[in-house]
Write a protein of this length. Structure first.
Length: 326
């Protein structure tokens, strides 16, 4: 487990800088903004990118990865666990099994998923898992984590690197040191946040996130809104909702910020103005979902949208309180 004073993207660049050599083939699975970021990063370090692209909002399939690797082998498969631009959470376990069958390393972006949904590095055969401090780990931005298997460490490439060099970082950490100045305050904050997760129990935290996702989806549907992210329990990180006809999602985001002091997110890229995203990871409970849905309802009514009034909060509470997690 390597720790960098950087955002999650910095931790991911460490994976690219250490694994990619110019001209090597890499399969990048992309179904949203962050998948495209990883494709650009691998290409930027000289890798030969074979993109397996899906429409934004679609869920990557292990069978597609398996078929592509049979056609064109790759050194590594790069996949986003939780694509926060769309709300889709991929079945990384199945994708990793397909990659391993073909002899490829598996590199996972778990920036928003780690701590919210299961991500079993050893059990699933994942070689590199990168994350960041500011999502479900409930810490201010500025720490990037990169868990590296022995197979991935042995497969380091020839790309230039210095600050993000795995060997330099691992050597220093083995002596309880850091190769460069660490963000001590953020390390202390992360220690507290991880303590909160352990006190709750990691399985209980996963259960809570599933129920929060169910509550958010139930409330949105009760208003008559159409979900953009899948209506499934894996969608426990972000709920993406289509804006009603005639309403720009940016206006909804602005209304919640200006009137209620709440932060929700607009769509990214081609989804800008078309969807809004409700986060429910980290220090979240059903009260936060209920108040967020109530604020969305008021904002949509003010914007002239035809929605069902007065039902979203009840539906969310019902979904949260009376659905057992399998």
């Amino acid at each position: 487990m390597l720790l960098f004073t950087a955002s999650g993207t910095g931790a991911f660049e460490s994976a690219v800088a250490n694994l990619v050599s110019p001209g090597e083939p890499h399969l990048v699975v992309s179904a949203g903004s962050f998948g495209e970021r990883w494709a650009a990063m691998v290409a930027g370090f000289g890798g030969e990118v074979d993109p397996l692209r899906y429409a934004w909002g679609e869920t990557p399939e292990a069978a597609d990865v398996q078929a592509r690797l049979r056609e064109r082998p790759a050194k590594a498969v790069w996949v986003v666990h939780s694509e926060t631009s769309t709300g889709v959470v991929a079945d990384v376990q199945a994708i990793a099994a397909a990659a391993k069958e073909a002899g490829a390393l598996v590199v996972v972006d778990a920036v928003s998923s780690l701590g919210a949904v299961p991500c079993e590095m050893d059990a699933w055969g994942l070689d590199v898992v990168v994350s960041g401090s500011q999502k479900a780990l409930m810490t201010p931005p500025g720490l990037g984590t990169c868990a590296v298997s022995e197979a991935a460490f042995a497969a380091r490439g020839s790309a230039p690197r210095f600050y993000f060099d795995w060997e330099r970082t691992r050597t220093a950490q083995a002596k309880l040191d850091a190769p460069f100045t660490p963000s001590v305050s953020l390390v202390a904050a992360l220690d507290v946040a991880l303590g909160l997760l352990l006190d709750e129990g990691i399985d209980a935290a996963f259960d809570r996130h599933v129920r929060l996702g169910r509550a958010a989806r139930a409330g949105a549907k009760a208003m008559g809104l159409e979900l953009f992210s899948p209506d499934e329990d894996r969608s426990a990180v972000v709920t993406a909702v289509r804006a009603p006809d005639g309403v720009d999602s940016g206006a909804i985001v602005k209304a919640l910020r200006d009137r209620f002091g709440m932060t929700i997110a607009n769509g990214q890229g081609e989804l800008l103005g078309k969807i809004f995203r409700l986060g429910h990871i980290g220090w979240f409970d059903v009260f936060d979902i209920a108040t967020m849905l109530a604020a969305v309802e008021i904002a949509l009514a003010d914007l002239g949208a035809e929605i069902e009034r007065g039902v979203a909060v009840s539906a969310a509470l019902e979904a949260f309180e009376h659905t057992a997690v399998a």
